[in-house]
Design a protein around this ligand. Structure first.
Ligand SMILES: [Zn+2]
Length: 367
């Protein structure tokens, strides 16, 4: 997948490739952007462009990668980060207890490219992970031209951040460090000042819709429009969007809201809240429902305040319009506050169904 396949942010990609071409690539690069904006994809593309054995130069004369040589293919094996991460976690789980404690988590499919994910259960980058980086970074690469280190999160333990800073103060000539973050402000100012920051901005909806047209042909036009809006311009989120479970949760959310507005029947509502009683799928399911309820209430507010162009659930616009005419602005606001209470209840670990029932009855009282 050469650079032309990267979705959006063409100026940023151009600048990075220009620096590669002039051999002025910074030792430390912060790639900052929303979840799913392509930070990891881009870092792996740059790692391949640095190390490709048969580098391509397309029309613009800037470095690209072939995707087929042994460096490209091995680096590409890291692309499915969730899967590689799960394998690393499992491998550690299978170790003896004493070894388990000593073992830090990495993803590595090429000897010179190391990916450092946050270490569970705290999901933070730990000092032992950075120590391993320090132990290897000063050796010349074995099979690549450039050693590449990719930190996939900016949640560093304090000691880990300080250790990283030492590397950044004296980076070797032949190594590049990528720091991926949703919020560069989380990184120490001293780390930021020794790195060059690039932001990956949100993509316009039509661009996401057209990419989905190619990559998710099973979705129809209305579904693609919906997913583009719900992913807030992040192509990775759009591509991994679980449309089926969203639509299921939204069906439940609509039953709850309509019942509260006096338009639905209570047997339906009971069936919905009952389905959240079983703990099997647990928290994730109810959190999905809450997110969906929020997004519907927000869309209703957009409609009520004349900002219809901001509505995300565009495929059920007619239904939303009807609902927002039945409820007044104050009702929607109180409903959103009620949801906030349910969430707080969840955090206090109340019985899941109890607070969901309470929300449904509270809504009823409001109307
Ligand atoms: Zn290659």
């Amino acid at each position: 997948m050469p650079f032309s396949d990267f979705a959006g942010n063409p100026e940023t990609i151009h600048r990075l490739r220009e620096m590669l071409a002039r051999k002025r690539f910074p030792h430390a690069v912060i790639l900052s952007g929303a979840h799913g904006s392509g930070k990891y994809t881009l870092a792996l593309m740059l790692a391949r462009a640095m190390n490709c054995l048969a580098p391509l130069t397309d029309g613009d004369g800037l470095p690209d990668f072939c995707g087929r040589c042994s460096n490209c293919t091995r680096i590409a094996q890291s692309e499915d980060l969730d899967a590689r991460f799960a394998e690393a976690v499992e491998a550690r789980e299978n170790l003896r207890d004493t070894d388990k404690k000593e073992t830090r988590l990495f993803v590595q499919t090429h000897p010179d490219v190391l990916i450092i994910p946050p270490d569970p259960p705290q999901m933070m980058i730990k000092v032992d992970q950075v120590r391993h980086v320090i132990e290897t970074i000063y050796y010349r690469p074995a099979e690549a031209r450039e050693r590449v280190y990719i930190f996939t999160s900016s949640a560093f333990m304090k000691e880990a951040a300080n250790s990283l800073l030492k590397v950044l103060e004296e980076p070797p000539e032949f190594a590049s460090i990528f720091l991926l973050t949703e919020n560069a402000g989380e990184l120490l100012p001293t780390i930021r000042s020794r790195s060059m920051t690039f932001n990956l901005g949100a993509l316009p909806f039509p661009e996401i819709e057209s990419r989905l047209g190619q990559l998710r042909p099973e979705w129809n036009v209305r579904q693609r429009a919906l997913v583009a809006r719900l992913s807030e311009g992040a192509i990775g989120r759009a591509l991994s969007f679980n449309l089926e479970s969203y639509v299921a949760a939204r069906g439940h959310a609509l039953v709850m809201l309509k019942s509260a507005l006096g338009a639905g029947d209570h047997t339906e509502l009971f069936k919905v809240t009952e389905s959240y009683r079983a703990g099997a799928e647990g928290r994730e399911k109810i959190e999905g429902l809450l997110r969906t309820l929020y997004s519907l209430l927000e869309d209703m507010m957009f409609l009520q305040s004349g900002a219809g162009q901001l509505v995300r659930n565009t495929d059920i616009l007619g239904e939303l319009k009807k609902m927002s005419e039945t409820a007044d602005f104050a009702w929607v606001r109180r409903a959103a506050e009620g949801l906030g209470e349910v969430e707080r209840g969840l955090r206090r670990n109340l019985l899941r169904s109890l607070s969901l029932d309470a929300f449904a009855t509270a809504l009823d009282r409001v109307s």
